[in-house]
Design a protein around this ligand. Sequence first.
Ligand code: ADP
Ligand code: MG
Length: 303
Amino acid sequence: METILTIENLNKRYGRIQALKDVSFTIQKGRVYGILGPNGSGKSTTLGIVLNVVNKSSGNYKWFDGKVETHEALKKVGAIIERPNFYPYMTAEQNLKLVCKIKNINYSKVTEKLELVGLNDRKDSKFSTFSLGMKQRLAIASALLNDPEILILDEPTNGLDPQGIHQIRDIIRKIASQGTTILLASHLLDEVEKVCSQVIVLRKGEILYSGSVDGMASNEGFFEVQSNDNLLLKTALQEHPAVERISEEEGKVLVYLKADLTASDLNQFLFSKNIVLSHLVKRKNSLEAQFLELTKNATAQKN
Ligand code: ADP
Ligand code: MG
């Protein structure tokens, strides 16, 4: 597999704020990655560092095989990390042609990329007349003019209406299906779930999870159990090797697992300890619940 970007133990401090803490991950060619985390978790800082617009405090990153200078390597990277900005009085086509001229790209790319983002029929409209969604699509077209190896997007659907959001997500999927690697930062779980195959979950500058989106959802799940003596129940559960963690909510004991365990095995185990359950349900966390669990755990560990 071909590696596009390698990040190792990246740290970033803004004065007293540690924005990134030992962040490491790799981006492989042809996949769609999401950096997912709440506001302030360090997503934009990470992108800024690898795009050479923010200085790292320590750690390393290398583009491609690491043999070319960052400056050279970035010519093969398309990125949109700020609100799209073009000349307002020029048309979409004129703006893109100007980018071609500056970057020494053949004009034929303009129509191809306008087509891709669904703006070819608006190529003669001035940029100032575009909606935010159209501006964002034009920015994507512009970033793709030189057929980059990877497209980087920071919160690509922020501020857009539902239709605009839908269009951008469709376009991202289309670009990905053509083989372009994508790295997008988002605070929206459903965006990452809908668009990405890989996810890096960040919270307060630390990676909480990194792997496939499916892997994040297909955890071992948890049980909801209840008996007439929950204290005794919890003590017994703590002894089971498959149990990771126990909590209690509204009289129900929630049992989080670190290994596979069937309901009947759990029931049998408890029965052998003279505990009779009045309630037993096995549940799977939704991705959303899983995300909240991940971020909640990190808080618990810190306090
Ligand atoms: P995200 O993109 O996930 O919302 P950021 O990378 O923008 O997060 O910010 C991470 C942390 O670093 C936040 O606490 C933020 O306030 C801080 N931060 C970001 N940029 C600066 C800056 N230029 N000066 C000081 N602190 C900053
Ligand atoms: Mg940000």
